[in-house]
Design a protein around this ligand. Sequence first.
Ligand code: AR6
Length: 170
Amino acid sequence: MDKRIEIISGDITRSDADAIANAANTSLLGGGGVDGAIHRAAGPELLAECRTLGGCETGRAKITKGYRLRAKYVLHTPGPVWSGGGHGEAEKLAGCYTSCLELASRYGCKTVDFPSISTGVYGYPVDKAARVALGAISAYLAGHPEIERVRMVCFDERTKRAYDEALAGL
Ligand code: AR6
């Protein structure tokens, strides 16, 4: 178990990490859930920059500045919609975490906070998503000493429990 991975409860819009991830959609033009909360907290300049990005593929990520957030950067990543597990959902979800961390490394971020991507509106079962997320994060960290801390910021107790259990099982 990598000591740089932490599971916490909280609201990611208040994060003081160098970069936070956003559970976006492929348009990158905002939405509900954590995406809506991040856009509200960052202010309208975030949407203005997102409009210049031309969207993003599922399982990939694009970076913007954080504007009114404490985080310097936002890593926008569209997770997969759950459709039973036989449609490459796990590979795409792992790609979200890996792509965000690659951008974080490239932009000199040492600390990164993630929400639980795909487990809200997109319906990915949280116990399965937690194993995929933490597997991808720990695989990335194994080759990247420049990242000092990665936190999963869980918005509710059920999510926190799922990630705590997945981390214990790594
Ligand atoms: N801080 C941390 N986690 C949060 C916060 C917050 N402030 N608010 C919600 N969550 P979701 P998805 C949790 O639905 O499933 C949007 O409309 C939430 O409880 O935000 O990837 C996008 O535009 C859940 O555990 O993201 C897309 O269209 C987790 O964040 C679509 O939703 C993810 O829930 C993406 O769906």
